[in-house]
Design a protein around this ligand. Structure first.
Ligand code: ADP
Ligand code: MG
Length: 346
């Protein structure tokens, strides 16, 4: 290819790149029910559907060992994958863990990583059934694959939202991003003044949301208990706006998000102001909260009123009405799909 034809990865962005590389892939196996494009892939397995998702965490990109204890890191690597299985309204049963490690890690350090991995497997009732271990020149890379199952009729995709549906989230947003800001600030202080011990006790909630997130399997259980099937669902890994866009594009609809209804923890609100950030921007673009964003038919309003941890944040509208944010000041703006990458540079 000539220099002129060369396109940089950065021009396409993550989703553009995935699309560019995979848009000609055709599923040929009768058992491949859903391939690329949702939180997890679906394989028909007799009467049940097998649900598979994989994610990779790279040192220096997704975490820094300066402030991520290895135990938490192991825990987070499992939990973030389980979150994708729950996002299909499925239940995870197994995980595989693959590592690339450099020789700067001691056995004790890797034991700590596995302590976190085992703890998550125990709490979420999944079995670690395999993986791969290889060496890396420098950083640590952790790749986890999660496998779950669901009845076909229970599966929920990104593509099922329709105008009139109510849009909900399962918990407060923006805290994980603010936790990261605190940790980054401490890292910079530590690098310029080694020996100064940070006092992070005051910010336990925000830091906990960043370092040790939980996947909302309890919400999936509640759907069963209340006999409620969302019309569409996605987990919030990149930030609320970006996930609203994914649901809208997959479903061919628009959305109306009410700023005042987006749940933000009081500690997140205060910390945002300390960092001179707008709390709603952190909630919309922050990411890594691993809450669920889902839509339900309007006839289910009574049910969701009684379900714990359901926050109604807006409605699904016609595609022609676009994807908008109704601000507390009474204005209506187009919602911007900024993932956390956008904020990182600030
Ligand atoms: P999530 O944030 O829910 O983990 P991603 O944004 O990572 O999802 O991926 C979106 C979709 O693209 C998923 O269906 C995923 O399996 C698929 N995908 C991501 N990277 C690749 C790749 N390199 N090759 C094939 N499919 C990919
Ligand atoms: Mg996901």
């Amino acid at each position: 290819m000539s220099e002129e034809e060369r396109k940089d990865i950065g021009d396409l962005g993550e989703f553009g790149l995935i699309n560019h590389l995979t848009n000609d892939i055709k599923l040929t196996q009768p058992s491949s029910m859903v391939g690329i494009g949702d939180d997890a892939a679906i394989i028909k397995n007799g009467d049940l559907m097998t649900v598979v998702s994989t994610d990779m965490m790279v040192e220096g990109i997704h975490f820094s060992l300066v402030y991520s204890p290895l135990k938490h890191l192991g825990y987070k690597a499992i939990v973030t994958n389980l979150s994708d299985i729950y996002a299909m309204n499925a239940v995870p049963h197994q995980v595989t863990v693959s590592l690339a490690i450099s020789n700067r890690f001691s056995i004790a350090a890797l034991e700590e990583l596995y302590e976190g991995i085992k703890r998550a497997c125990e709490l979420y009732k999944v079995d670690l059934i395999g993986g791969d271990t290889t060496s890396s020149n420098k950083g640590l890379i952790i790749s986890v694959t999660a496998i779950g199952s669901a009845k076909q009729e229970d599966l929920v995709f990104r593509s099922g939202a329709k105008p009139g549906d109510i849009m909900c989230v399962s918990g407060d947003l923006g805290a994980a991003y603010l936790g990261l800001q605190i940790l980054e600030r401490e890292r910079q202080l530590y690098e310029s003044h080694p020996g100064v011990q940070p006092d992070l006790d005051q910010q336990k909630y925000l830091i906990g949301r960043q370092l040790k997130p939980e996947a909302r399997g309890d919400v999936i259980k509640n759907f069963q208990k209340f006999n409620l099937k969302p019309t569409a669902m996605i987990d919030i890994s990149d930030g609320l706006s970006s996930e609203v866009f994914h649901i809208c594009h997959s479903s061919g609809v628009g959305a109306f998000v009410e700023e005042g209804k987006v749940p933000i923890h009081p500690e997140a609100e205060q910390m945002a102001l300390k960092f001179q950030l707008d709390p709603i921007t952190c909630a919309l673009s922050g990411g890594e909260d691993y809450e669920l964003l889902f839509t339900v038919d309007e006839s289910e309003l009574e049910k969701i009123r009684f379900m714990p941890d359901v926050f109604i944040i807006g409605d699904i509208v016609d595609k022609k009405d676009g994807i908008t944010l109704h601000t507390t000041g009474g204005n209506i703006h187009p919602l911007k799909a900024q993932g956390w990458e956008h904020l990182k540079g600030k």
